[in-house]
Every structure is written in C-alpha cells, then in structure tokens.
Ligand binder design. Structure first.
Ligand code: F6P
Length: 521
C-alpha cells in the first residue's frame, strides 16, 4: 500500500471511530454552531463583467452531523486526495477526464478557464447572441415557439432553466422534447403553430438515436403542415458541427461548442440557446455571472470555507460513515420542480462508478442515489419515510425568500414555514401520542438536512445554484478518487438496443420472449 493510501485509510478509520453525538447534542455543545456552519454566497445580478447590484444565498449546514473534529479530518482528507491540484487542473484545462484523455472546460463557458478557452467561449457566446437577437428581431420571420429536441444533458438543463425562469412570460414559448416515445413530440406539435415554430436539435455528438429520430419527425411535421423550407427552421446546437452540416443544417444556424464540454455540463454553452431565446441574451449573461461567482468562490477558498467542498464532506460522511445509500433534494419552489431530475443526471452519471480514476476497483460506496421532489407536495407523499422509515436520508431543502407568485403572501409564508418546520422536525423527533409512548407515533429525530435559502430565484441565482452542484459533484469525485467526466455505463444498453434492432446478438431467453411478445422479431 502506498503512503497516500495508508494515510487515507487512517483518516477514514478515525472518522469511523469518532464519537457520534446527536444533532441536538451538537447544538447544545456549541452556541455558535449556526454561524460556524452557515455560508453566505453572493453574486452580481447585472451580467458578466458589469458592475451591478448583488444577490445571493445562505447555506445552512448546521443540521448535519459535521463538527469541528470531523471537519478537521475531512480537511486532512482534502489534502491527501490532492483536492487543490485537481481543482487547479480543472480550471486550467488539464486532462481531468483521464479515461477519455480530455479536459472538462465547462467553467470556461462562463469565464472561468484559461485565457484561450475563455476567449473561444465568449466568441461562441457572441455568435449565439447574434442569432438569438436576430430571431427576436424577426430575421427568421415570426417565431413564437421553439421545439428543443435533445436528451440527457442536452435537454435536462434547458428544461430546468426555461421552466424556472419563464414563469412570468417567455419571449418565445419553448417545448423541450427528449423522449423517443412519439407521444412527447406529438404533445409539442399540438401546442405549436408550425408556421411560427423553430426546431433546435441539441446533441453534443449529433448521433444520439432518440434525438436524431425526433428531429427527423419534427422536420416531417413542418413539411406536412406546409412550411415551405423546413430545414431553414432548424438550429443545431452541437460539438460536432460537421455532422449537423451533413444532416442538412445551414452553417449560419449551427451553434457549436467545444468537445471538452461534457453533456451534463453543457447548459452554459450553446445548449443554453433555448434559455437565451426565452429569457433574452442579457438575462442569459446574468445566468453565467451567477455561475462564475461560484467558480471564483470554489477556486479561492479551501476546507470548510469552501461551500461546495463542505457539502461534499457532508455527503461523504453520510455515505461512508452512516451508510446512507440515497440523498434527497426538495425544492420549496415550484420553479425548481425539475431540479431533482437535473441533479440526478449530474450526480449519478458523474459519480455512479465502481472504479477509481486509475481503474482500480473501489471498496467503498460512490455516488448515493439522488432523488427528490417539490415541497410541500412531497410532504404529503414521501416524507413519511424520511421521518419514520428505516433509511437515514440526508435531505437538502431549497427555498427562496422572495416569492415567485403574486398571490396573497399567505401562500409563500405557508411554503417557507413548512420548509423550515420539516428540517426542524427531522432533527428534533419526539412522540405525537397523548402519553408520549406509542411507537407508531414516535419520531426518532436526529435526521440531517441542509437548507439553501436563496434571496430570490433570478437568472444569476439559478446559475449559481447549478454551478454549486457541479462543484459539489466534482469535490465528491476528488474525495472518492474517481473520474466524474466519463459515462461508459450508458454504452452497453445502447449497443444491445442496436443489436435487437438489427436482429443480431445472443440474447437471454427472457429478452427473446419479450421481443417475440412485442413482435420485434
Ligand atoms: O447516453 C448518455 C449521454 O451521452 C449523456 O451523457 C448525454 O448528455 C446524452 O447522452 C445526450 O448526448 P448527446 O448530446 O450527444 O445527444
């Protein structure tokens, strides 16, 4: 065993052997616990490089079991794992995606990269801005709708951001279609007037079967509905512009992005086109500003002062010391209804691995299963398990101080009081029966949560929130020694689907019977 591996093992042994005070004991022992474990992050609201007002969020980690002794051990772990070197490599265009031999340059898309990468990114952003503004100015005729076709990282980010930021009014009505199930596309067709609809084909590779099949059907729909030049209504968002040209998209409507930007990290690139079209270029730049502020914080702070790293410390603690197999996020904000789906791809596709970056098998848990929903709906559905089930689930609560609605302030007050009450109840526990003894009405308590309290949910704040989770995911990967930037786990199923389609391959009896029952062979 190398010295490093030995030290790592010792740190984990110390973490495992450490005392396990309850949350209530931790609060009792430390009057300044809330202050010590709360981080405030701020960012300007006026676009990249412009002086502007600021807004921010408060992250309260005090209801987790982290304490000074645990944090000291995690800070040692951070050193031994080479966190600052890995972070430096990430932002300086180093080959952090070792299995595919490339950098992960999503930071550069929002101004946090090397000069050359940032310059290229801003040139691509300017190109996208010109197209967005030309469309708003009517250069492509009247455009009222956009059907954005993509899947995975080419759909989840746009869907989240459009949904979160256009509740009031969108400049263009965006429909994101990812599922190959034709029902999804038919639903978008039903909501759009073909004469005023553009199609965005979003695919890093421009080969993904679901996306390319949906794109062909969208073109056929335009043609059938009498649109004279269907291809002239297509915009391609891709890292493979030559494939988009081959497919028939005019170069003037291809918005490229660098190959070194991973699919699930691509919202900042031209994959964000539908967002920019819906909210406007100025607001899209604000979205980037919020993300960039988190990059700066992540780059410039260490140990427990670094909020995404602190979140990763908590996650590692629960996965490895307390055996938690899942983590949950509940957004107490209707505009963030799609955030849990977005985080599932970000975290599970990045860190759901069984080998280290140097291809050694791991003997510890990697990414927990990420799940969640919207509060207060989830309270009336799945919170039973959080409060009384046998699984310990660390929970993130996310809420905004400023309401998203214009109704009676009672709505927002009930939303926030419920959010805070849930975190308090999970921690406190108790017994709800008259005599305080009924086991069915008992709450064990001591269940952890973290609360993200946003000042407001504007474009910059959404950018900050997403970038925070990207860095949290990266920090987790560094602490686990894995490469978060490849996703070979999706390939076997894709190949076998192709084999089934081609009538090739040696399938098991169950799969053969299913194929036969569905008339597939
Ligand atoms: O199959 C997984 C995946 O490669 C994701 O990583 C990616 O976001 C998605 O498919 C879509 O890929 P593309 O943008 O190349 O169509």
């Amino acid at each position: 065993m190398t010295d490093n591996a030995q030290t790592l093992e010792q740190i984990w042994e110390s973490l495992k052997a450490g005392p396990r005070p309850t949350l209530t004991q931790l609060f009792d022992a430390s009057p300044d616990r809330v202050e010590a474990l709360t981080r405030r992050l701020d960012w300007p609201t006026g676009g990249v490089g412009e002086a502007a007002e600021s807004t921010g969020m408060r992250l309260d980690f005090s209801k987790t079991h982290l304490d000074d002794a645990t944090l000291q051990l995690f800070e040692q772990l951070e050193q031994v794992c080479g966190f600052s070197e890995a972070r430096e490599a990430l932002f300086s265009g180093g080959v952090v995606n070792v299995t595919e031999g490339r950098a992960a340059n999503h930071g550069a898309m929002r101004g946090s990269g090397t000069d050359a990468e940032t310059e290229e990114a801003f040139a691509l952003l300017a190109r996208m801005g010109m197209l967005v503004e030309a469309i708003h100015d009517g250069v492509l005729g009247k455009v009222k709708h956009l059907i954005h076709i993509g899947i995975g990282g080419s759909a989840l980010g746009p869907a989240l951001a459009v949904d979160a930021l256009t509740r009031d009014l969108a400049k263009v009505d965006v429909h994101v279609v990812s599922n190959i199930d034709g029902l999804a596309l038919e639903q978008a067709f039903a909501a759009c007037d073909p004469a005023t609809t553009l199609i965005a084909v979003a695919s890093k590779t421009f080969t993904t079967i679901e996306t390319m099949t949906n794109a062909a059907s969208a073109l056929a729909w335009l043609e059938k509905e009498g649109v004279s030049d269907p291809s002239g209504r297509v915009v391609a968002l891709t890292a493979s512009p030559e494939k988009a040209v081959e497919w028939g998209v005019d170069e003037t409507r291809i918005l490229p992005f660098p190959e070194s930007v991973g699919g699930r990290y691509s919202l900042w690139s031209s994959i964000g086109f539908p967002v920019a079209l819906a909210i406007g270029m100025e607001e899209f730049r604000e979205f980037l500003t919020g993300a960039q502020a988190i990059d700066t914080h992540f780059l410039q702070s260490d140990g427990r002062a670094n909020a995404p790293l602190l979140a990763a410390f908590a996650e590692q603690y629960y996965a490895r010391i307390r055996g938690c197999q899942t983590r949950a996020v509940f957004a107490y904000d209707e505009r963030l209804a799609l955030l849990p789906d977005y985080l599932q791809q970000l975290e599970m596709e990045s860190n759901g691995k069984s080998v280290t970056a140097s291809s050694e098998p791991v003997d510890y848990p990697t990414a927990p299963i990420s799940w969640g929903g919207v509060g207060t709906d989830a309270q009336h559905a799945v919170f039973q398990l959080l409060h009384q089930g046998t699984h310990l689930v660390p929970v993130d609560f996310i809420a905004s101080v400023a309401p998203g609605d214009d109704l009676d302030p009672a709505h927002h007050k009930i939303l926030l009081t419920n959010c805070f009450a849930q975190g308090a109840a999970l921690m406190k526990g108790g017994n709800m029966s008259a005599d305080g003894k009924d086991p069915a009405r008992a709450f064990a308590g001591d269940r952890p949560s973290t609360t993200f309290l946003l000042d407001d949910l504007d474009p910059a704040t959404l950018g900050a929130l997403i970038a925070f989770h990207e860095h949290r995911t990266f920090a987790n990967a560094v602490l686990m020694g894995i490469n978060p930037f490849d996703q070979f786990g999706v390939e076997l199923g894709k190949k076998m689907a192709k084999d089934i389609d081609a009538g090739e391959g040696d399938f098991d009896a169950s799969t053969k019977a299913l194929m036969q029952a569905a008339g597939l062979n």
